[in-house]
Design a protein around this ligand. Structure first.
Ligand SMILES: CC(C)(COP(=O)(O)OP(=O)(O)OC[C@H]1O[C@@H](n2cnc3c(N)ncnc32)[C@H](O)[C@@H]1OP(=O)(O)O)[C@@H](O)C(=O)NCCC(=O)NCCS
Length: 276
C-alpha cells in the first residue's frame, strides 16, 4: 500500500534509506546518534515543507519504502526514493515515484544513484539522462591557490545565497535556507557565489560565473578532509572538471547521474544530493 508519509514514519523511513543504500554498496557513515538525527531531520524537513511529495510504501504494517520530492518556485526535485532491499523489483519504486510525481512541474529533475533499477525508472518516467563522473582522491595541497573566498554568515549572506541559487537553477532555496542554517553547515562566500561545506566535504556550490565557481571549489577542496569526493561532474561543468584535474584528483566513474525533465541545464553548479 502506498500512503502519505507521516511524522510517525520518520525513523522507519530513515532505516529503509540506510538499508537500501547499504545494499547498493554505498559507503555509509557510521550510524551514530548524530548521523541518524541528521537523516531523520532531512525527512522531517521535507515532509513539513512538501507533504504532497512525501510517500511511504507499507506492507504488513511496516514501512518498506519512501519517496520525498520538493517544489521550490516552480522547480520539482526528487530528494529520496528508496525501497527496502527485500521488497525491491516488485513495483513499489514505480508506485512511490508516481505518487511523488503528482507534484512535479514542467521543470523537474533528479540526482540518481547508479542503481540500474533507478536509472530505468527515471528514464521510463520521461527524464533525460545526463551521465556524470566523480572526482575522488587526495588533493595535492602544494597546488592549492590562494583565493579571495571568505567565511559567510547565514544571517548576512542568506539573501545573496538565495539569489545566486535562483540565477543558476531557476529557483531559490526558500525554506531550505533556514533548514541548512539549523543543520550547522558552513557557508563560504565569494562576491557572486557560495559553497556550502560540512566536515565530511562539499554540500553544494553555485556562482554567477565559472571563474568564481572555480575559486570556491578550490577553497572547498582545501577545507575538505582526505580523500575528497566531488560528484555530479556533467558535461556542462567543465570548470569543475578542470579544477579537479588541476588538483590532481582522478576522474572516476560517476557515483550517480543527473536526470532532467524540462529543467534547463544548471551551470556553474554542483548541487546538493538532498535539496537539489
Ligand atoms: C531504485 C529503487 C527505489 C527502485 O525500487 P523498486 O521497488 O525496486 O522499483 P520497481 O520494482 O518499481 O522497478 C524496478 C525496475 O528496474 C528493473 N530492474 C531491477 N533490477 C535491475 C537491474 N539490475 N538491471 C536493470 N533493471 C533492473 C526492474 O525489472 C523494474 O523494471 P520494470 O518494472 O520495467 O520491469 C530501489 O531499487 C532502491 O531502493 N534502490 C537503492 C537505492 C537507490 O538507488 N535509490 C534511488 C535513489 S536516486
Amino acid at each position: 500500500m502506498i500512503r502519505p508519509l507521516l511524522p510517525a514514519d520518520f525513523a522507519a523511513s530513515r532505516r529503509v534509506a540506510v538499508d537500501a543504500m547499504t545494499a547498493l554498496g554505498e559507503e555509509m557513515p557510521e550510524e551514530t546518534p548524530e548521523v541518524t538525527a541528521r537523516g531523520v531531520a532531512r525527512i522531517a524537513h521535507l515532509q513539513r515543507t512538501d507533504p504532497g511529495g512525501a510517500w511511504v510504501a507499507e506492507e504488513d504494517g511496516r514501512v518498506v519504502g519512501c519517496a520525498l520530492a520538493l517544489v521550490r518556485e516552480g522547480m520539482w526535485f526528487l530528494s529520496l526514493l528508496m525501497v527496502d532491499p527485500a521488497h525491491q523489483s516488485k513495483g513499489l519504486g514505480k508506485q512511490l515515484l508516481d505518487a511523488s510525481l503528482q507534484t512535479s512541474t514542467d521543470r523537474s529533475w533528479i540526482l540518481a544513484t547508479t542503481d540500474p533499477a533507478a536509472l530505468r525508472r527515471y528514464r521510463r518516467a520521461g527524464f533525460d539522462l545526463v551521465p556524470c563522473l566523480t572526482a575522488k582522491g587526495t588533493v595535492d595541497r602544494a597546488l592549492l591557490p590562494s583565493t579571495s573566498v571568505r567565511e559567510g554568515s547565514w544571517s548576512a549572506d542568506g539573501e545573496a545565497v538565495d539569489d545566486i541559487t535562483r540565477t543558476v537553477r531557476g529557483a531559490g532555496l526558500g525554506e531550505d535556507l533556514p533548514y541548512l542554517e539549523e543543520t550547522g553547515v558552513r557557508l563560504l562566500m565569494a562576491d557572486r557565489g557560495y559553497a556550502i561545506v560540512r566536515p565530511a566535504g562539499l554540500v553544494s556550490l553555485a556562482a554567477d560565473d565559472p571563474g568564481t565557481a572555480a575559486e570556491l571549489l578550490w577553497t572547498a577542496l582545501a577545507e575538505a578532509p582526505a580523500p575528497v569526493e566531488i560528484d555530479w561532474l556533467a558535461h556542462d561543468q567543465q570548470w569543475a572538471i578542470d579544477v579537479c584535474l588541476d588538483a590532481r584528483l582522478p576522474l572516476l566513474k560517476g557515483e550517480g547521474h543527473l536526470f532532467l525533465r524540462g529543467q534547463p541545464p544548471m551551470s556553474p553548479y554542483l548541487p546538493s544530493g538532498s535539496l537539489g
